[in-house]
Ligand binder design. Sequence first.
Ligand SMILES: Cc1cc2nc3c(=O)[nH]c(=O)nc-3n(C[C@H](O)[C@H](O)[C@H](O)COP(=O)(O)OP(=O)(O)OC[C@H]3O[C@@H](n4cnc5c(N)ncnc54)[C@H](O)[C@@H]3O)c2cc1C
Ligand code: SF4
Length: 483
Amino acid sequence: MNNRRNEEWREILRKKMPAKDRVAIDRVKMNELDPHERIKWLDKEVNMGLTEEQVVREASRCMDCANPTCIEGCPVNIDIPTFVKYIEDREFDKSIASLKESNALPAVCGRVCPQEKQCEANCFLQLKMKKEPVAIGYLERYVADLERESGKRCVPYIAKSNGIKVATCGSGPASLSFAGDMAKLGYDVTVFEALHEIGGVLKYGIPEFRLPNSIVDFEIENLKHLGVKFEKNFLLGRTSSFDDLREKGFKGFFIGSGAGLPNFMNIPGENFNGILSSNEYLTRVNLMRASDENYDTPVFIGKRVAVIGGGNTAMDSVRIAKRLGAEAMIIYRRSREEMPARVEEVKHAMEEGIVFMNLHNPTEYFADETGHVNKMRLQKMILGEPDASGRRKPVATNEFTDVDVDLVVVAIGVSPNPLIPMVEKNLNVSKWGTIIVNEENNQTDINDMFAGGDIVRGGATVILAMGDGRKAATGMHKHLTKN
Ligand SMILES: Cc1cc2nc3c(=O)[nH]c(=O)nc-3n(C[C@H](O)[C@H](O)[C@H](O)COP(=O)(O)OP(=O)(O)OC[C@H]3O[C@@H](n4cnc5c(N)ncnc54)[C@H](O)[C@@H]3O)c2cc1C
Ligand code: SF4
């Protein structure tokens, strides 16, 4: 990477503007759809992207450090200064090419990565100058969008076919990045997905106002161009076993089945009608078009909707409820500072008029004579000392308050999908149900099985899942070619 920094064009660019002038530039603000307008649409993206002038100016804030600490914050080690400096030089094709060396889904990551905890948290401007970091995610999104909108599809080099069949279980970001890398190495890859749509959480979880489906579909098309095959409505372990696939000639398996099992609080009344998991709520609306009267898969659209939790899933659910016309509120047991959701999404939710009842925790639900929830009891909390996660612990008080509701969405976390560990008895599984893998190559205890993403980590992030997929592809390739 240092060699690249020493290239002549980079030196010229560095000298073009004194460091003090770069530091003096304010961070760009993302152009956004007006909150009053956006809450009318499920599928209109809130972030509208930057203009060319905005990205070039933002890219010139980057100091092109000799020791670029930002790279350490990116789970797949994108050469951040190189793609950013190409933007400053208006060499957008070169910028996207350098990005794609390490990240197959830049348009996705530019939108959903928790940048403030990853690359941007390690930007020199923030670490050493106490300034706002370079908007790395916005820049990544810009060049990826430019490539997609140009109609040009940059299909990478594909090795000659080796005829070896490999399969992935699931079609989330972990599997997609695994499939892409294996196809490039010449393998015959089939992705098996239980649902009728490809993309995992990118499709059924994250709403279109944050990540349009067309962007995920573009990346899936790229994989089809690489020769990857997709089988939908195929529940591996039930529709067919791994042994069936072995008999059909599959030599390697990647398990990317995610963490789709919702957690509940197990409090009185949680089984009343009108209380459902965020997984069910999001899948019904995002994937089954439950809110569209032309589809016969309805969901109850409440008038007063409470979403329990403070993560991305909770923010997505509550903003969907708002868009479906409800008075929507977040119930979270800690304060805003401790919320695990992306900071930008919390800001967007607040702008959209979501009511935040922080430092409250449900203890019981009540129902009407038909068994439908109509009230919840909340216990007030205060913050105690930091716990193992570094966040201040919520401590219960003896104060309670009752709130009227007609729909409750529980978004307090997810557990690994249990099916594969259940049917593959020889898999080494942790007490949390995650599959244990060799950290070097993501291989499981069953020789021909590799695993990654949320089924290994528990609920994590898109880019970590993608990193696992890539590591497993390298590992499986070595394993299958070692003799
Ligand atoms: C609502 C929501 C919002 C999120 N927001 C963000 C965000 O903003 N930023 C971020 O970085 N992360 C976010 N995340 C987390 C991120 O999406 C996940 O970490 C990531 O998708 C995990 O990828 P994966 O490939 O492991 O699994 P998944 O994306 O969960 O995909 C697993 C797939 O496997 C399929 N499957 C399961 N079992 C089988 C089987 N037996 N046979 C065939 N198919 C099977 C499932 O149907 C699913 O499609 C969010 C998660 C949720 C739920
Ligand atoms: S992939 Fe995510 S962490 Fe890495 S540079 Fe892009 S936005 Fe930052």
